[in-house]
Design a protein around this ligand. Structure first.
Ligand SMILES: Nc1nc2c(c(=O)[nH]1)N[C@H]1C(S)=C(S)[C@@H](COP(=O)(O)O)O[C@H]1N2
Ligand SMILES: [Mo]
Length: 391
C-alpha cells in the first residue's frame, strides 16, 4: 500500500500517532498505480543481491519502497560465526570499573523503560562497487545504554566502555616481530562520554519482533549515526576501563588512511598520512531506483549520515545542471532519508544520473576524484553515477 495523506485528512480519520508513523514509514511518493521500473544497465548480468542472512544478506536497493527495511531483507554481515544463545538463560555481564558489577537477564532488561528509534546504518565497507547493498533502516527497540550503566554505577576512573560479542575467532595479533594466533571475541568500544549520550541503545527487537540470530539475538548495541561495525551483536559483556581499547576491530581492521597536503605519493615528505578509527557515518546519497508511468519518470534514492540535518539533495542528468530533489516525509534524525526527483522529458536511450547531498554544516558529498587520497576502501561515500536505459 502506498498512501499519502494530508494533516487535515489525518485528523478527520482520527489516526493515532503510531498509525501515522506506520504510514510515514511506507510513504514513498507514488507515481501511479501502474508504474514500472526503468532498468539499470550498470549491474553486471551475474550480479546477485540477497541471501538468507546465514552468513550474509545484502539489500537490493531496486526494491526500496519505504523507510523501514523488512526484517527478512535487512542486510546481515559479521566476521566470525553467528552464535545461538538461549534467551531464557542469557546474561549480560557488566564488569570492570563499576560500583555494582552485575549480570542482567533479558527479562531484567525488558523490565526497564524501553525506547524505540528508526535507525539506518551501513557497513563501512558499503560502496558503489557493491551497489550500496550493505545498508538498511529499521525500527529498533531496547534500553538506553546509559540507564543500564547508571544502574551499575560508573566508577570515577572509567573512561572507556568496551562491548564484547559472544562470537569469537582465531585472530592474528602482530606485536613487533612476533605474531600470535589468539582466539578472540569480537569487540568494539565507545568513549564514556559517547556511551552516556541519550543515543546508544541496547537493542532486543527490530521492527517490533525479537532480534533473529543473524541480527545479534538476544541483545546488541546500536550507536545511532555510526557505521555498522560500531553495533556489536550477540553482546556478552560490557566492560568499563580507564585505558583506550585497541582490539582488532577497533584499532586495526577498521580504519581509514587519508593523505593530506603534499602530492600524496607514498613517500612524499610533504604528505601527512592521517589514520583514523571508523565511527560516524560519512555523508552519502545514492540513487536506488527509477520508475516510469506513461511518460513520467521519477528517480528515488536514499541518504545516510551521522544525523546532522541536511541542506539539500540534488540530482544531475547527463551533463545537465544539479537540480533539487524532494525529501520524502517521515524520516527521523537517524533514519535514512529518502528523496525523489521528477525527471522531466526523459528521452529514450541510456543516461547517466547521479545524486549529491549537502548537510547544514556545509559538508558536500565528495566525487570519486575527491576521495582519491583515501588509500583504504572503508568510508566510501563518493557520489555514485548510475546508468539507466529509458525504453
Ligand atoms: N558480535 C559482532 N558484532 C558485529 C560484527 C561481528 O563480526 N561480530 N560485525 C559488525 C559489522 S562489520 C557490521 S557492518 C554490522 C552489521 O549488522 P547487521 O548484520 O545487523 O546488519 O554488525 C557489526 N556487529
Ligand atoms: Mo561492517
Amino acid at each position: 500500500m502506498r498512501e499519502q495523506i494530508t494533516r487535515r485528512e489525518t485528523l478527520r480519520r482520527g489516526l493515532t500517532a503510531t498509525a501515522l508513523l506506520a504510514l510515514a514509514e511506507r510513504a514513498i511518493p507514488a507515481l501511479a498505480q501502474s508504474d514500472t521500473d526503468v532498468p539499470f544497465t550498470d549491474y553486471p548480468a551475474n550480479f546477485a543481491v540477497g541471501g538468507d542472512g546465514k552468513p550474509r544478506r545484502t539489500f537490493d536497493h531496486r526494491t526500496l519502497d519505504g523507510m523501514i527495511t523488512p526484517k527478512d531483507k535487512f542486510f546481515v554481515i559479521q566476521h566470525y560465526n553467528q552464535p545461538e544463545i538461549n534467551p531464557d538463560t542469557y546474561k549480560l555481564k557488566l564488569t570492570g570499573m563499576l560500583r555494582k558489577p552485575m549480570e542482567l537477564s533479558l527479562a531484567d532488561l525488558r523490565k526497564m523503560r524501553s525506547t524505540e528509534m528508526i535507525l539506518g546504518y551501513e557497513c563501512s565497507g558499503n560502496r558503489p562497487a557493491g551497489f550500496q547493498a550493505l545498508s538498511s533502516c529499521g525500527r529498533f527497540t531496547g534500553v538506553p545504554l546509559r540507564n543500564v550503566l547508571n544502574e551499575a554505577g560508573v566508577g570515577s576512573k572509567a573512561r572507556e566502555v568496551v562491548f564484547l560479542g559472544t562470537d569469537r575467532g582465531d585472530q592474528e595479533v602482530v606485536f613487533r616481530q612476533q605474531t600470535f594466533k589468539l582466539s578472540q571475541q569480537f569487540g568494539r568500544s565507545l568513549t564514556l562520554e559517547n556511551a552516556m549520550k541519550p543515543d546508544p541503545i541496547l537493542v532486543y527487537a527490530l521492527n517490533g519482533e525479537p532480534l533473529t540470530v543473524p541480527q545479534g539475538a538476544p541483545l546488541r548495541l546500536i550507536m545511532p549515526g555510526y557505521y555498522g561495525v560500531c553495533n556489536p551483536k550477540w553482546l556478552s559483556e560490557i566492560h568499563l576501563q580507564e585505558d583506550r581499547y585497541l582490539g582488532n576491530f577497533q584499532g586495526r581492521w577498521y580504519r581509514s588512511v587519508v593523505g593530506v597536503g603534499g602530492t600524496g605519493e607514498d613517500l612524499d615528505l610533504n604528505t601527512q598520512w592521517i589514520e583514523t578509527e571508523i565511527t560516524r557515518i560519512h555523508l552519502k546519497s545514492s540513487i536506488s531506483r527509477v520508475k516510469k508511468a506513461g511518460n513520467a519518470h521519477q528517480i528515488l534514492g536514499f541518504v545516510l549520515n551521522d544525523g546532522t540535518p541536511l541542506r539539500s539533495v540534488e540530482v544531475k542528468i547527463g551533463e545537465g545542471p544539479w537540480q533539487k530533489a524532494t525529501m520524502t516525509p517521515g524520516s527521523t534524525k537517524y533514519s535514512w532519508k529518502l528523496f525523489s526527483y521528477n525527471w522531466e522529458g526523459a528521452t529514450p536511450g541510456e543516461h547517466t544520473i547521479v545524486s549529491r547531498v549537502t548537510d547544514e554544516d556545509g559538508n558536500v558529498q565528495p566525487t570519486v576524484e575527491e576521495l582519491k587520497r583515501k588509500k583504504t576502501f572503508l568510508e566510501d561515500n563518493a557520489q555514485f553515477p548510475r546508468k539507466v536505459k529509458i525504453g
